[in-house]
Structure formats: structure tokens, C-alpha cells
Design a protein around this ligand. Structure first.
Ligand SMILES: Cc1ncc(COP(=O)(O)O)c(C=O)c1O
Ligand SMILES: [Zn+2]
Length: 407
């Protein structure tokens, strides 16, 4: 394993590779530090070609030891072209990264696989999290796959499809009377009392690194070329920030040439603290979420300021998308590509279109849009598309009807 320690992103204080959620000096987030000589020597393009097609192919860039026999390994999800949507948006090339192909149909399987591995290394037997929905399912499934216990904390009024999908794996679901930020604060308090692996609290440094694998895969799947633009949804901001970190690691390892991709972030208007901070050039101010995009409804985003910094450093942008545009964008994606993404994806496409309208993205650009979650878990916003034509089971009447319509 190439990880050596954890280092505070703010004050650089070093911490051991334990279940510690934040810097003991300044409460800043902790990132793993790697032995870069070791990584450089063992991670080459040629070696990668022979490896497993899942996140563990990038083991040197993850802060845990790869499992000997990975179970239900996430990653290496399809990257597919979307030419009709590229025309609609007004970009040269548009590719969809289908993280719906992961075991529980969202990118959260990546982050949970890494955190769960760390929990096992530390001898913890219960996996836990606070969740806006997808993470609960990913934690529950990973615990089931590894023979661990799972206890998840979610807002009580989440989409029923999401909760039912998580419940099937047998976790204890604590439905909290409040929104996500209440669940989050509760899990932080409990993490000081219980010997549990809270994937996004005391294991957050390991968890967040899992998102870097999206950057590695995009570079590799595009033939070791970075896209010009990546469109990414933002809740806590960890995914957005870590994708940026993933690309910059590849560039400093010499695996990728050229400029870093511009990162375009999306939030829904009803919970857009990071988009607001980007627009107003301030630090993130917490909000009370009220959004149809429940998976992105984090009012006090832990990595929000880092996401703003990543957008600025890469020459990207972060846009807030109108609530009533979320379902429309989910439907636009579905009918132009055959891909049904969830509300977060509707937000991401809305943000990409806003960036195109603002001239931040255009005809010269090769763009990747991350489809981080599955529309089957969030059906309500596209229910407006369901308008079936009621008919009798009578072929003659049906043909008459078609003829009349054509006339
Ligand atoms: C489908 C989906 N996409 C994106 C995100 C954003 O992730 P992050 O909290 O790392 O910003 C989430 C978070 O729950 C999610 O469920
Ligand atoms: Zn610190």
C-alpha cells in the first residue's frame, strides 16, 4: 500500500492512518499522503492494461490495501457517446459516464468500497453513514456483501423508491425527523461514542478518495486524454473536489498531458450554497434545503469551499438550476440518449446547458457528463412524461385511428 499518513488540507498537520474524521488542530479535512516514488514505479499505462476492470486497478492511488478477492467491485463503468444530446447542448462531443452501472446504481459504491475496506482493516464490524439516499443503499449493500452490519441515518421524507431499495439489503434504517444536515450532525456526535465505521465521518478521508477513480477512468477510457470539460453534481462538494484532485495526480505522475479539464458543477436552486458562493465570490454560507433533488440537498456542505476553489482553478463554473428544470432535463437526457439518470443528473445537465448558454462551454469542447445516479430511484419529477394513449384491443380500430391521425 502506498498511503503513508493523513495530512490536514488546511494546516498540513500529519495524522496516522486511523478512523479520524478531521484535523485535531483546526478541524480541517484530512487527505491521505502517498509515497509518490512507489506510485510512479508501479503504476504505468502498460501495467494497468493487465489489471482488473474495477476501481482496484488504481490500488496505488487509494489509501487502503486492495482486497484479494473483491466482491461486487464498483468502477470501470461505461463511457458512451451522446451525439444527439451534444447537438442539443451545442458542444462538439458529449460523453456520458454511466455510474448507474455500479452495484447499487450510483457513484457512491466507489466511495463506500474504499471506506469499507478501511473499516475492515481497522476491525470495525458495523458500517454507518448519514445519507441523502444513495449512500444508504451503497453502505447497506457493501455491508451485505462483506458480512458486516449496517446502520444508516436518513431524512424520514426521502423518496420511497430510494429507501425501499436500501432496505432490501437488510440494514437498520434510522429515519430522522429533519433534513440531511440533522442526520449529519447526529452521526458526527455518535461517531465519538460508537465503535462504528461512519463512512462519511470518521472514515471520510478514505471514502472521499474513492471519487478520484472517476477521473482515472475518464482519462484511461479516452485513450489517456483528458476531456475539455466535465459536468459534475455537487452536494457536499467531495466528488467535485476529488475529481479535480484525480486529474491533477495523473498529470503530475506523467500519465496525462495537457491542461486540466474545466469542471462545471451543478446544484438545484432550492439548495445551492456552493453555486451561490461561486457566483458571489464568497465562502459558503449554509442554507435550509428545499429541493426536488433530494440526493444533492445538503445545506451545509463539508467540501463546498474546496469545490468552489476547484471550479476557479480549472477555469470552470458552478450553476444553480431551476427546480422545475430538473425533471425536464432528466427527460431530455432520456429521450436523446436512452439513459435515465436521477434528479442529480437532471441538475448536472441543467448546469452544463447553463454553462453553454453563458459561453463557458462551446463548439470546440469534448465534454463528459457524470451520470451519478439512476432515474428509477427518483421517478416523481418525470411523471409528467407519462401520458399513455388508452385504446381498445382491436386492430381495425387501431389502424383506423392511425389513418385518421396521419390524414
Ligand atoms: C447521485 C448523486 N450524485 C452526486 C452526489 C454528490 O456527492 P458529493 O456529496 O460528494 O458532492 C450525490 C450525493 O449524495 C449523489 O447521491
Ligand atoms: Zn488542520
Amino acid at each position: 500500500m502506498s498511503a503513508l499518513s493523513l495530512s490536514c488540507r488546511v494546516c498540513a498537520t500529519e495524522h496516522p492512518l486511523e478512523a479520524v474524521g478531521s484535523c485535531s488542530r483546526c478541524f480541517g479535512p484530512l487527505d491521505p499522503v502517498y509515497d509518490w516514488d512507489h506510485v510512479r514505479a508501479s503504476l504505468t499505462r502498460e501495467r494497468l492494461e493487465e489489471r482488473r476492470r474495477d476501481i482496484w486497478r488504481y490500488a496505488e492511488l487509494l489509501p487502503v490495501s486492495a482486497p484479494d478477492e473483491p466482491r461486487l467491485a464498483p468502477g470501470f463503468t461505461p463511457l458512451v457517446p451522446a451525439p444527439r444530446l451534444a447537438d442539443a447542448v451545442g458542444v462538439r462531443e458529449l460523453w456520458l459516464k454511466l455510474d448507474t452501472a455500479n452495484p447499487t446504481h450510483s457513484f457512491k459504491d466507489r466511495v463506500v468500497a474504499v471506506a469499507a475496506r478501511k473499516a475492515q482493516e481497522l476491525g470495525l464490524t458495523t458500517l454507518s453513514c448519514s445519507s441523502t439516499g444513495n449512500l444508504a443503499g451503497a453502505v447497506a449493500a457493501r455491508a451485505a456483501a462483506e458480512g458486516m452490519d449496517a446502520a444508516v441515518f436518513v431524512p424520514a421524507d426521502l423518496e420511497p423508491e430510494k429507501l425501499a431499495a436500501a432496505a432490501a439489503y437488510g440494514p437498520t434504517i434510522y429515519a430522522v425527523d429533519g433534513h440531511y444536515d440533522h442526520c449529519s450532525r447526529l452521526s458526527v456526535e455518535l461517531s465519538f461514542e460508537l465503535e462504528w465505521g461512519f463512512v462519511n465521518v470518521n472514515l471520510r478521508s478514505y471514502y472521499a478518495e474513492g471519487s478520484k477513480t472517476l477521473a482515472y477512468e475518464l482519462a484511461e477510457q479516452l485513450g489517456w486524454r483528458a476531456p475539455d470539460v466535465v459536468a459534475i453534481p455537487i452536494a457536499s462538494g467531495a466528488l467535485f473536489h476529488k475529481v479535480g484532485q484525480g486529474f491533477s495526480e495523473l498529470r503530475s505522475l506523467g500519465l496525462l498531458d495537457g491542461p486540466a479539464p474545466r469542471q462545471v458543477g451543478g446544484q438545484a436552486e432550492g439548495c445551492a450554497p456552493v453555486a451561490t458562493a461561486f457566483r458571489e465570490r464568497t465562502t459558503v454560507t449554509p442554507v435550509r434545503p428545499d429541493s426536488i433533488a433530494r440526493s444533492l440537498a445538503i445545506g451545509n456542505p463539508a467540501d463546498g469551499d474546496f469545490a468552489v476553489a476547484t471550479a476557479r482553478e480549472t477555469g470552470g463554473a458552478i450553476h444553480a438550476v431551476a427546480e422545475d428544470a430538473v425533471g425536464e432535463n432528466m427527460a431530455l437526457l432520456a429521450r436523446t440518449t436512452g439513459v435515465f439518470g436521477e434528479t442529480a443528473t437532471g441538475v448536472t445537465l441543467g448546469a452544463l446547458r447553463a454553462a453553454a448558454e453563458a459561453g463557458e462551454v462551446g463548439r470546440d469542447d469534448r465534454v463528459v457528463l457524470l451520470v451519478t445516479g439512476d432515474g428509477l430511484k427518483t421517478l416523481a419529477p418525470v411523471s409528467f412524461t407519462y401520458a399513455p394513449v388508452h385504446i381498445a384491443a382491436d386492430a381495425d380500430a387501431f389502424l383506423d385511428r392511425l389513418e385518421a391521425a396521419a390524414a
